[in-house]
Write a protein that binds this ligand. Structure first.
Ligand SMILES: [Zn+2]
Length: 184
């Protein structure tokens, strides 16, 4: 009895048998598809197509002396560079763009590693705290930052607190004014 195996599965199985076949293919680009269809042609609907495609992917189908046949830097499929100078590295514009995006990301990550994104300058960065007598570089920053810890108060409020403190001592607890009589 025959069991149905999809083209994708068959390709995976056959690639799995190839110890060197650890190429990670992407979505095939336009150039790769065109090249494949040139080689596989009408075979694509016949049962042999799987074998042909596998051979194609393994680079067994093309003339290895043909230096214009190469793997796309992005999708990793074979394609043929028909340009005069034969210096393209991707099979199509889309693959080229995707490679660039990847490269940019890598560059960014490397830059990040050496020089982590400078955090936005904050007001507290104006405080030279590491000296024995810390000071503020910028007065405005000093007031703004200070407000976060010490809210400015109106003189009436300050007066009130001052009087309270004199009466009861610092803090919220009322000071005992006399020893309690326990009645002994
Ligand atoms: Zn490609």
């Amino acid at each position: 009895m025959e069991t149905y195996v999809s083209i994708e599965d068959q390709l995976e199985i056959e690639e799995g048998n190839n110890p060197d076949g650890v190429i990670e293919y992407g979505e095939p680009g336009a150039g790769a598809i065109e090249y494949a269809s040139q080689i596989v042609g009408d075979l694509s609907k016949s049962p042999e197509s799987i074998q042909v495609i596998t051979q194609l992917l393994n680079g067994e189908l093309h003339d290895t002396d043909d230096k214009q046949v190469k793997r796309c830097d992005y999708c990793r499929y074979f394609w043929r560079d028909d340009s005069l100078r034969n210096n393209k590295r991707t099979c199509c514009e889309e693959c080229k763009r995707k490679v660039k995006t990847l490269q940019k990301r890598k560059q960014r990550e490397r830059r990040e590693l050496l020089n982590p994104t400078s955090k936005k300058r904050k007001k507290k960065d104006d405080y030279v705290y590491w000296l024995e007598y810390p000071y503020w570089i910028n007065e405005e920053s000093m007031f703004d930052e200070g407000e976060r810890f010490e809210k400015p108060m109106k003189t009436e409020v300050l007066d009130y607190i001052h009087t309270k403190n004199q009466k009861y001592g610092v803090g919220n607890r009322k000071r005992r004014t006399s020893e309690r009589d326990y009645g002994f």
